[in-house]
Design a binder for this molecule. Structure first.
Ligand code: CP3
Length: 345
């Protein structure tokens, strides 16, 4: 048996006991890491994502530097939108831009059909190379954006605080919204199944911005398509379902599907897990800002999260959102060691 199958991360996804609480970190490969910055000095972000050799190398950087219990594919949730012809660009120092955002039903109707396999073949190649390079050291996580979060970028055209255009579109262009969400759930399913076929051993569905919605809007305008994306996935691969600011949405996100629910730091892990029920695994939930402080503070905050989990099978330690770029690498390394030390059983 490959040791990846018995890895603490994959066991915890299935709520089986582990000798330590597994840890990996969202954005564990990124600008806080000198070896990532060295790679970025040679490639623009989008180029890096489409260069399987380089992207596989970046995927492995945090495994080597930090000793995390899983690798996450280096890519981006927005890559799959590029073949829709909406003009995707990553502006240096600013973030993603969609130059031709969707603002009307006609814009949605005019979207071309895409062959996901052809469009993001480079990402699938990265998965193959990374899996081979990991050689059973730790499992590889694939990922995609969930339909709502992808739709919000397509409609807003970039990052947003209030998501007003998206919220308007949902109601004012209801038919077009449903058509768009349905298209995205198919694309997400194909994107993740392609990663699974290429060797991803678990997948995370990022519904990062869904916390902007009321619970009833989530259930009406989002849940059916998140559920559909998850329903389309090749059975047997654990699914992590994650969003930010989701305290009021967690029961509805659980209903939509996934083996593991991602929690951010605005909820207390222990009580949140009790309310959800222990028939689902949880991932989280250290405030990434804690990593900007010092080892003593990191240790206390970590202990408090582990206390909340009570050593119950099915807890994967992570941050509540991605590593900030200002974070000292040695603090991230200290966190990984502290989680392993304090959770050793
Ligand atoms: O987690 C990892 O280490 C794997 C790689 C990964 C990236 N993006 C690399 C990246 C993952 C899993 C993502 C997911 C992603 N991308 C999400 C969901 C997660 C989240 O943060 O909520 C979202 C919303 C995006 C879209 C996106 N990509 C934004 C908003 C930005 C700009 C923000 C920023 O930090 O600059 C990106 C760019 C991006 N994606 C970077 C990285 C390492 C920074 C780009 C750079 O190197 O300049």
């Amino acid at each position: 048996m490959s040791n990846a199958v018995a890895s603490p991360f994959l066991l915890a996804c299935r709520r089986q006991p582990t000798s330590v609480t597994p840890i990996w970190l969202m954005r564990q490969a990124g600008r806080y890491m000198p070896e990532y910055r060295a790679m970025r000095a040679r490639h623009r972000f989008l180029e890096l994502c489409k260069n399987p050799q380089a992207a596989a190398e970046v995927t492995l950087q945090p495994v080597e530097r930090l000793g995390v219990d899983a690798a996450i594919l280096f890519a981006d949730i927005l890559l799959v939108l590029e073949p829709l012809g909406v003009g995707l660009e990553f502006v240096e120092g600013e973030g993603p831009r969609i130059h031709r955002p969707l603002r009307s039903a006609a814009d949605v109707a005019a979207l071309p059909t895409v062959d996901v396999g052809e469009a993001v073949g480079a990402v699938f190649e990265t998965v193959k190379l990374a899996r081979k390079a990991l050689a059973e050291r730790v499992p590889l996580i694939g990922f995609a954006g969930a339909p709502f979060t992808l739709a919000s970028y397509l409609i807003e055209g970039g990052p947003s605080r209030e998501f007003l255009l998206t919220k308007r579109f949902m109601r004012a262009e209801r038919r077009a919204w449903e058509a768009l969400m349905s298209r995205l759930s198919i694309i997400v399913g194909e994107y993740l199944n392609g990663q699974i076929a290429a060797g991803a051993q678990a997948v995370q569905l990022f519904d990062s911005w869904v916390g902007t919605l009321s619970p009833s809007d989530y259930r009406e305008f989002v849940q059916p398509w998140s559920r559909e994306s998850i329903r389309r996935l090749t059975p047997g691969t654990p699914v992590i379902h994650f969003g930010v600011g989701t305290a009021g949405l967690l029961p509805s996100m659980k209903e939509a599907g996934g083996d593991v629910l991602g929690l951010d730091w605005r909820v207390e892990l222990g009580p949140a897990w009790d309310r959800l029920g222990h028939d689902i695994a949880v991932q989280g939930n250290l405030d990434p800002a804690v990593l900007l402080s010092n080892v003593g503070a990191i240790r206390r905050a970590t202990q408090s999260i582990l206390d909340g989990a009570k050593g119950r099978p099915g807890h994967i330690f992570n941050l509540g959102h991605g590593v900030h770029q200002e974070t000292p690498v040695e603090n991230v390394k200290a966190l990984v060691d502290i989680v392993h030390e304090l959770s050793s059983r």
